[in-house]
Design a protein around this ligand. Structure first.
Ligand code: GLU
Length: 288
């Protein structure tokens, strides 16, 4: 099967350095494998989105030499596929409606378990739909971090597939689209490691294939916090991509040419000796 990798940003702000590292890491792995590199715009959460961010991210990637092999897939245009997956789960009796509030779930650490709602359904409130999660341990090998295992009942319980506001969850959309795009290898930041067991479990429920996962260390700021759009990390500057791309490659432990070159040469230089196993795997790396 041909390697298919992807970069899947959410348009909650402009591309920042942490996201650039994930984009470059996934691009290098895909190109090294002679595979396809795809971009998916995860625009299914309008309350969190920033107007213009999707277009901005898509215009910024090529400035860093990151050219996708197909037009971007927009999750906002994939509702019919999520509806189908939702019905498949519902017909298999794997979903239930739930109107439990956060405060009602506080006594169980915010976790909903065993399909047992704290409240009887409230007819005038629209429910969220949760997946019935059994007492199951999901194990997988992360290509960078090694063996991982998680008991989903303990850690997340019955997780939300469709929110009360009608929006599908990231977990469902991600799993449906990774399968739709034929993704064989997911390379992304370690902040998403905690989603992986849920995604693998959903793949099993929907009879979809499980890709290989490789979670890259997060870029931290000077205070040890993850760079993120929500903490207003500075966007990368597409007008001056070379120094930033050098920093991204250095963060990924890739060799840099000593001469001053453009982004294409920098990427080609990194690719020439690229070994995915040599990318860093310890969490907490920081870059100034
Ligand atoms: N859209 C997610 C984010 O920007 C990433 C999803 C993924 O790579 O699976 O954090």
């Amino acid at each position: 099967m041909t390697y298919h990798g992807r970069f899947a940003p959410s348009p909650t702000g402009k591309l920042h350095f942490g996201s650039l590292v994930a984009a470059v890491g996934s691009w290098l792995c895909a190109r090294h494998a002679g595979g396809q590199w795809l971009v998916r715009m995860e625009d299914i959460d309008p309350p969190r989105e920033v107007a213009g961010a999707a277009a901005d991210i898509l215009a910024t990637l090529p400035a860093f030499g990151l050219i996708a092999d197909a037009p971007p897939l927009y999750q906002s245009q994939r509702m019919a596929a999520y509806d189908t997956a939702f019905e498949q789960l519902r017909e298999a009796d794997l979903l239930f409606p739930c109107t439990c509030s956060r405060s009602q779930l506080a006594t169980s650490g915010g976790i909903h378990r065993d399909g047992q709602c704290v409240t009887a359904g409230e007819p005038d409130r629209s429910p969220a739909w949760r997946l019935r999660v059994p007492d199951v341990e999901v194990a997988f090998d992360d290509a960078l971090l090694g063996p991982q295992r998680e008991n989903l009942r303990e850690t997340v319980g019955d997780f939300v597939i469709r929110r009360a506001d009608g929006h599908y969850s990231y977990q469902l959309a991600c799993v449906v689209d990774d399968a739709f795009q034929g993704i064989t290898d997911v390379v992304r930041g370690q902040d998403l490691l905690e989603s992986t067991a849920r995604q693998i479990w959903l793949q099993r429920c929907l009879e979809l294939p499980t890709p290989t996962y490789r979670h890259l260390p997060l870029v931290l700021d000077g205070e040890g916090n993850k760079l993120s759009k929500s903490t207003h990390a500075l966007p990368v500057d597409p007008c001056e991509p070379t120094p930033t791309l050098r920093r991204a490659l250095a963060f990924l432990h890739q060799p840099l040419p000593s001469s001053v070159t453009g982004v294409e040469e920098l990427l080609a230089h990194a690719l020439a000796d690229f070994d995915p196993a040599l990318m860093p795997h310890c969490s907490g790396s920081s870059v100034t």
